[in-house]
Write a protein that binds this ligand. Sequence first.
Ligand code: ADQ
Length: 442
Amino acid sequence: MAAHTQNQRKLIIASNRLPLSVKPKDGSYEATTSSGGLVTALKGLSYSDYLWLGWPGVEIDERDRGSVDEALAKENAAAVYLEENLAQNHYNRFSNGVLWPTLHYQSEVSFDNETWDSYQRVNQIFADRISEEAADGFSLHTPFPADDFWRGLPVQKQLLDGVLGSDIIGFHTDEYKANFAGACGSHLGAEVEGGNIHYNGRTIHFDKYVVGIDCQRFADTIEEPEVQTRIQELEAQYKDKTIIIGVDRMDYTKGLPEKMEGFRVFLDEHPELSEKVVLIQIAIPSREDVKKYQDLEAEVSKLVGQITGKYATPQSTPLLYIHRSVSFAELTALYSVSDVCLLTSRRDGMNLVASEYVACQEARHGVLVLSEFTGAAAFMKHGSLLFNPSNADGLSKALYDAVTMEKKDRKKMYEELRSFVTTNTSAKWTEAFLGDLMRLRE
Ligand code: ADQ
């Protein structure tokens, strides 16, 4: 969500979690940057006069709030304080348990009135906090699903009605945009006309805003001496191997079990490659207190064990699994030395890892093997090998084609990807979205 204050040109950004974590330090508090797609997408923000509002991620005792406010103010941020139980019901149970799966085309959700009530209360607390705003915009970072998935949600009309309280609504792709417009028409009787939705006597602008990354940040990081040293170390260590990289939050939407199944089929079909390739899979811990995510972690660990158990030798393993966060320098070095990037999302609003990989491949022209169910596939289809992640044979084939692709074909496909990623940056996205927001206000 983004808004401009009525009297000033200050930009207000509101998201459930702040892009910062607060921790006690030396009797006071300190704020450090946290990770995720939204944080990355807004890294290129060219506005310096902004305030980011959100929940700090933990319950903060009333008497400590002054020092937390102080730590956050230094980072252009302010906390929306929530009691632990309310925050858990709102975030883990309704947002992660009902909304997130529905938006990612999953029909199995467990709805109950208590969590819905908490969700509404938290939204009211946020709304009160930014109530002086005149114009505001809503940007959806997930897919918006086809109606068969959306209409199953008992409170779908209330949610649509709430989102239509914005003046401008942004989506990643034409598909999500069309699904949303269709839902507003069918369920609320709203009238859709070009890029506008007419509802309750108001006109709401909605559009596709292509989200991107700050390519220069990656180019600059690659040039840093310690990253160059790390790149050389990795190249020496894996000089006889084709490196396949995967970077995903540990989330069922990212299709990690599907990736492991497909990789297993790939190795079963091409056992001669088991000592010639290595899949380095970084799975960033996410939503670890939600049971579904704990089960997922156990499932992925089991599959990793089965694959390495079958194919690792005392000298080499075709699979390296890293279930923790890695530094930005290390991430950049790994992207740079990899010949292939494998992304297997079952559904993904966009997927910025695809763009980050491309930004680090100026020299190597690596191949992007990309699930057709990512938003990114809508834009990067000509430069990547697309596949359906539920089809392990198809995944294996796409991976084999990537690993064995000729240099000249790699270069040709890379040029396509590069042109998309360098044109559609995060700066361009914020300018387009905020530019429209400002035009509407005026
Ligand atoms: P995410 O689901 O979080 O984002 P994604 O777009 O892949 O997914 O972005 C993940 C981000 O986390 C990347 O920028 C990546 O570099 C970063 N990251 C990876 N490893 C990290 C680490 N160790 N430490 C810190 N950061 C790390 C949601 C939607 C996506 C949509 C984005 C943006 O689910 O579909 O593309 O928002 O709109």
